[in-house]
Design a protein around this ligand. Sequence first.
Ligand SMILES: Cc1cc2nc3c(=O)[nH]c(=O)nc-3n(C[C@H](O)[C@H](O)[C@H](O)COP(=O)(O)OP(=O)(O)OC[C@H]3O[C@@H](n4cnc5c(N)ncnc54)[C@H](O)[C@@H]3O)c2cc1C
Length: 272
Amino acid sequence: MASIFYAHFLKNKTSAVYGCSYDNNLQLNFSRATDLKEIRKFKTSKYSISYIGNTYKNIRQDLINGLYVLFIGTPCQVSGLNNFLNKEYPNLLTIDLICHGVPSQIYLDEYIKSLNLNTQPNSLTFRGKKDFFFTLYKDNTILYSKNSDEDIFYKAFLDGLFYRENCYSCEFATSKRVGDLSLGDFWGLGDEIPFNYDKQDGVSVLLVNTEKGKIVFNEVKDIIFFEKRTLEEAIKGNEQLKHPTRKHKNYDLFLKLYSEFGLKKALEETLK
Ligand SMILES: Cc1cc2nc3c(=O)[nH]c(=O)nc-3n(C[C@H](O)[C@H](O)[C@H](O)COP(=O)(O)OP(=O)(O)OC[C@H]3O[C@@H](n4cnc5c(N)ncnc54)[C@H](O)[C@@H]3O)c2cc1C
């Protein structure tokens, strides 16, 4: 869905769009795109903190210059942008991701180092088309690839062991959203009310929160397949629409072991 919105803005409006991608040093940074070719790098979820840098300033300049701007990020980043702008811009559309928390870049760097790969990787993915694999590449060669059950960084992420402290009291983990639209994975789709279509490749959940969001949704709805479902169903499958992730029972132990023995050992011990 994210790509649908990016492409819609770039094809149909004089616009700039914003998203994040890993650079060659595997640092996750936001950047600006004005060409369709550039949006590929924004694809797929990256499960570490993304750096905003000068993005808010650049967005304000784009808005003042009259460009249509699309910003997709975590709800805290959308809220940060709204606070920074401190003004309604009709030419800005924000999409917040339903988010259960992010680990720091420091953990990611330390984890990759601890794998002792022969070559320094220069790209990383967490999600394939259908799968959940933590994969490290040097150019197009795979150096390391394990699924979310086998890779301890991925497991710690999904188990909520090592997010940033503030994620555990996130004020945006609610169905009252900060973005014009909200985007997530439709966990639990069809569990109670039948969903009569193939969901093997994954189905997005999209919440339409504002009039602006509704207008843009109406502009893309003919090029996607969508079905109206209840908000209750979305909330039921996605606890992040109700409350922040609860701290893992070994959270304190993890921090203690981390400060003594480093990340790998702390993860191994606390995820046993
Ligand atoms: C840290 C994190 C936690 C998430 N937790 C949940 C959850 O609990 N429940 C749920 O339903 N969905 C969650 N999601 C959202 C979900 O995984 C998908 O990203 C979302 O549904 C968009 O999918 P897509 O296929 O439309 O686009 P994709 O191509 O998968 O997403 C790309 C978009 O996400 C942005 N993005 C990717 N990683 C980050 C990041 N680290 N920080 C900011 N922006 C990022 C990109 O810039 C781009 O705009 C989470 C995403 C992230 C990044």
